[in-house]
Design a protein around this ligand. Structure first.
Ligand code: ADP
Ligand code: SF4
Length: 690
């Protein structure tokens, strides 16, 4: 049996009510940070997934009314006919490639703050919004009638826009799930009290959506198979809801109560982790079921089908990391799949109100604005390229330049490729990050015109002697050992150098023991992960951060709470809102970030996770700025003409930035800079500048 035929079950069509999905690979609704704000960017991105073979491609949460406004997060909107055109363009883009288009109608209830529309939010009772000190208006019967009307009108518009699958969305804490909650819903009328009453609104929306559009569109429901938590809708009640309404929708898109787990990062949640909680739904409803699981392995997908868990393989992140995953599986090119690493950087940018991007897929979000295709690159102008540094940036550049036909030499001082990814993926919970290296090495290995030289430290003279037409410097960055970062603009004093460690030391095998302070002024994963590693190896660890929570930025990647819990459980002392101000034989001095009051703690070692310095010595030497590093004084014919920096050497940042930087440089080499198009509202035709 060939790989192709082995995975044939994934490519069977599936009937969903009145429509038919061409295969079982289903991009479930996922947020993008684009929504109503960046429609062209969004259309091109969604259409790309359809081109890559996803059988169904859905929108993100699509607001049905101005009382559901999640500003500053760019949600989709279907408030009036003015929204029709943009959403129709998305449906058309998806249809062009033979996929079905789905739309997730949504009302945020008390969760939203309506910062943009300034109308009161609505709730089953008056409750606080998720982030602002604003409460919702308690809905009366008229409001409920209005809500049903808005939902129906939005469904009709969605049908008009060409959507094939229309969602009712009674979960994730939004309005309809408030009605299901036995704690929040204290109504005494037919919408409150018994479960039958609490699910009345959900039932009505399903019936009315079917009535409005069911002749041509499938009605889907996104629902948590294990309820919404004990105090809202417990697991038994969720089962009762599914038993009662099982046959009403044409499709059950099932999720679980704990969002941190449903879209958990690979640090905490494995592929396919939802199976045991959702597998009963299909048996109970007899309707097609779709569920996510960060599936990147077609064998895991097949397993889900064989075990009767689902009919359709749901994907958000795997479709972001590789829009062409279905095509690659169908063609038996499994080694070409760019597997999601589960870092949640995609989600983090939506949380930051910015357009989607992806660590593994640098073309994500660039389909329209820069015209990048995830599988195609333009042929180059010929010539040779030397890339120094085989971290994420260097590997990405080498792989893309190789595909563009250049003669590429990729040199690294280390004995293995991967730079920071090779090292960091050995830290607790980060093993899947090695996929960043492995995918690119796999691609490079297939290219006869790319050669990897390990154990090859390059100095300026070596680079010049190599004689390449173009040089890319991807030498990365080093963690500072003087404490400079967000808090300290100047080196910390006193600082007993012998006891100071940086993440580079720890990653390189120089690991402190005994009583260790980890000072985290970086606020993402590395400080907590290093603290966990040291605690796991027996050190007594005190984690100190200038933020109010451990690894505070990781709230954007949906990891913060689990991170802090894991640290507490590992016995790590956590001191927040504190800065390290001194470290010597006596120990460490810590200052309150508000009052400046200090206290001392015992410590024989200090790990500084503050900021990094770009390692640009080679670049500067090639520019003739630093004779010392010019390689034994062999400065000869002046700077190499096209030398440029990429990745952390240019701008120390996240892996997603390094990959993007390497990709951009590789696309632009030999041509002109690609200036992204801007998507903006223009109130007048551009005028002639003269
Ligand atoms: P990025 O994230 O930008 O790709 P990394 O820090 O992950 O950066 O990788 C930088 C790589 O560059 C490391 O693997 C390191 O060994 C390599 N490197 C640094 N300086 C030199 C040099 N002079 N010659 C060869 N390799 C180098
Ligand atoms: Fe996966 Fe990370 Fe890409 Fe998101 S950003 S799709 S989690 S690799």
């Amino acid at each position: 049996m060939t790989e192709k035929s082995r995975y044939a079950p994934l490519f069977e069509s599936v009937r969903i009510g009145p429509v038919t999905a061409p295969n079982r690979l289903y991009q479930v609704p996922h947020c993008t940070g684009m929504g109503h704000a960046l429609p062209k960017t969004l259309v091109a991105m969604r259409a790309m997934k359809a081109e890559g073979g996803w059988g169904v491609v859905c929108t993100e949460y699509c607001s049905i009314h101005p009382s559901s406004d999640d500003h500053p997060y760019p949600f989709a909107s279907m408030w009036d006919d003015g929204d029709l055109g943009n959403l129709a363009a998305m449906a058309d883009g998806v249809h062009e490639h033979g996929a079905l288009a789905g739309i997730e109608l949504w009302h945020g209830g008390s969760y939203v703050s309506n910062l943009s529309t300034r109308v009161p939010s609505l709730g089953v009772r008056s409750s606080l919004a998720r982030t602002d000190p604003i409460q919702s208006k308690r809905m009366d019967r008229r409001d409920i009638r209005e809500l049903r009307r808005w939902h129906r009108e939005a469904a009709l518009r969605a049908r008009k826009a060409g959507f094939d699958i229309i969602y009712v969305y009674p979960t994730h804490g939004y309005l309809v799930s408030e009605f299901l909650s036995r704690t929040l819903n204290q109504r005494t009328d037919e919408y409150g009290g018994s479960l039958e009453n609490r699910m009345r609104l959900m039932r009505e929306l399903l019936e009315e959506t079917r009535d409005a559009v069911g002749d041509r569109c499938a009605v889907a429901v996104r629902f948590s198979a294990n309820g919404h938590g004990e105090e809202h809708l417990n697991e038994d009640e969720a089962r009762d809801v599914i038993a009662a309404l099982g046959s009403l929708p044409d499709l059950w898109d099932v999720v679980i109560a704990d969002y941190d787990e449903e879209m958990g990062s690979s640090r905490f949640v494995a592929e396919g982790a939802l199976e045991d909680r959702v597998s009963y739904v299909r048996r109970q409803t007899g309707k097609p079921v779709v569920c996510v699981g960060r599936f990147t392995s077609p064998d895991s997908m097949l397993g889900q089908l064989r075990r009767g868990v689902v009919d359709l393989i749901g994907a958000a992140r795997p479709s972001i990391a590789d829009p062409f995953l279905p095509t690659k599986v169908r063609e038996g090119r499994l080694e070409d799949i760019r597997e999601c690493i589960g870092c949640n950087i995609c989600y983090a940018h939506d949380c930051r109100g910015a357009a989607l991007r992806c660590t593994q897929n640098p073309t994500m979000g660039e389909e329209w604005r820069t015209g990048w295709h995830p599988e195609r690159v333009p042929a180059g102008t010929g010539g040779s390229v030397l890339i120094v540094g085989a971290g994420p940036a260097g590997l990405e550049a080498a792989h893309i330049l190789g595909k563009r036909g250049y003669e590429v030499a990729l040199a690294d001082a280390a004995l293995e490729a991967g730079g920071r990814v090779a090292l960091e993926s050995r830290l607790p919970g980060l093993s899947q990050w090695a996929r960043v290296r492995d995918y690119r090495l796999g691609q490079i290995n297939k290219l006869a015109n790319v050669t990897l030289y390990l154990d090859s430290r390059m100095q300026a003279a070596d680079v010049r002697a190599f004689g390449a037409d173009h040089v890319l410097i991807a030498t990365g960055a080093r963690w500072r050992r003087d404490g400079i970062g967000r808090w300290h603009a100047r080196p910390i004093e006193p600082l007993d150098a012998a006891g100071v460690y940086t993440p580079d030391d720890v990653l390189g095998g120089r690991v402190p023991a005994g009583e260790v302070v980890v000072f985290d002024d970086d606020h993402y994963y590395l400080g907590p992960v290093i603290a966990l590693k040291l605690a796991g190896e027996g050190a007594r660890v005190r984690y100190v951060t200038t933020e109010g929570r451990a690894g505070a930025w990781s709230q954007n990647t949906q990891e913060q709470e689990r991170t802090q819990r894991a640290m507490i459980e590992a016995g790590i002392d956590i001191e927040v809102n504190a800065a390290l101000t001194a470290f010597d034989e006596a120990g460490a001095a810590l200052a309150c970030v508000f009052t400046g009051r200090t206290h001392s703690v015992r410590a024989n070692a200090l790990v500084l996770v503050t900021s990094r310095e770009p390692d640009e010595s080679l670049y500067r030497a090639l520019q003739g700025e630093d004779d010392e590093n010019a390689g034994g004084g062999a400065r000869s014919s002046g700077p190499v003409p096209t030398v440029q920096r990429i990745g952390d050497c240019l701008q120390p940042a996240l892996i997603v930035h390094a990959i993007h930087s390497g990709h951009r440089a590789a696309r632009e080499l030999g041509g002109t800079e690609q200036v992204p198009q801007r998507e903006r509202v223009l109130i007048a035709e551009p005028r002639d500048p003269s």
